[in-house]
Design a protein. Structure first.
Length: 134
C-alpha cells in the first residue's frame, strides 16, 4: 500500500480537528517527493557498479552481470529515509526501487532471461540522469 493510500484510509476513520493533521501529512509527503531528484517512471542509469559479494549482497549474486555502471533502469518506487540520531536530525536520503528491462540471472550453466521484473533498491548517489536521452 502506498503512503497516500494509508493516509487516506486513516483519515476516513477520524473526524473533527484530526483531519487537519492528515492534510498536513499529505502536504509533507508531496513536498518530500517533489524534492526527489528522480520521479517514478524516469529512465536513468547506474552511476557506479554496486559492491556485490556473498558478504554484503548475497541475494544479488545472480544479478551481478547486469548491475553494472551505465546499465539503464526505470524508477518504480521512491522512499525517503530520515536519519534520526537521538536529538540531532541529520537529514536523510532517497532510496529508489529500480527495475531492468532485460533482467536475467546466471545459473552455474547458463544465462536465463526472466519475464519478471524484480525491484533492486539503491540510494540516489548510485543513479544519474541520461544526458540528452542517450
Amino acid at each position: 500500500m502506498k503512503p497516500l493510500e494509508v493516509i487516506d484510509k486513516l483519515e476516513a476513520i477520524v473526524s473533527g480537528d484530526s483531519k487537519y493533521y492528515f492534510e498536513k501529512l499529505r502536504h509533507y509527503y508531496y513536498g518530500c517527493m517533489a524534492a526527489s531528484k528522480f520521479k517514478e517512471g524516469d529512465v536513468v542509469k547506474l552511476s557506479k557498479t554496486p559492491v556485490i559479494n556473498n558478504e554484503n549482497a548475497p541475494g544479488w549474486m545472480s544479478a551481478k552481470h547486469f548491475l553494472i555502471k551505465g546499465a539503464i533502469v526505470t524508477i518504480r518506487t521512491i522512499d525517503y529515509y530520515h536519519i534520526n540520531d537521538g536529538d540531532s536530525h541529520k537529514g536523510g536520503y532517497y532510496r529508489y526501487g529500480i527495475s531492468f528491462e532485460d533482467e536475467s540471472y546466471v545459473t552455474t550453466k547458463e544465462l536465463i532471461k526472466t519475464p519478471h521484473h524484480h525491484l533492486f533498491f539503491l540510494k540516489e548517489e548510485s543513479l544519474e540522469h541520461i544526458p540528452n536521452g542517450n
